[in-house]
Design a protein. Structure first.
Length: 95
């Protein structure tokens, strides 16, 4: 499953919404996010990957690919996103 693919995004939505601790921590959150994973052609990522999600009271209610107007936009190289998700890099410091 490739990071940023619709399959990946739907899995994130499913797992987030099924995770009681996540839902407890995210309760009251009603924001939308765009994540821009910048291309790294030398690492096999030839173009930017852009994805987003919408939260309503902490529930991920929608995920998508591409650009939309959102409350927040987070941008980093694709490899940085991978390192964050693998726990090798602190998201606050990286982004």
């Amino acid at each position: 499953m490739k990071l940023g693919s619709m399959e990946y995004l739907e899995e994130v939505k499913k797992r987030s919404n099924e995770d009681a601790e996540y839902r407890r921590l995210a309760k009251g959150e009603n924001e939308s996010y765009t994540m821009i994973m910048k291309a790294e052609p030398d690492k096999g990522v030839p173009e930017d990957v852009i994805a987003g999600e919408q939260l309503k009271d902490g529930e991920v209610v929608e995920v998508w690919q591409g650009v939309r107007d959102t409350d927040f936009t987070l941008t980093a190289n694709y490899g940085v996103w991978v390192d964050i998700l693998r726990g090798q890099l602190n998201a606050v410091k990286a982004l």
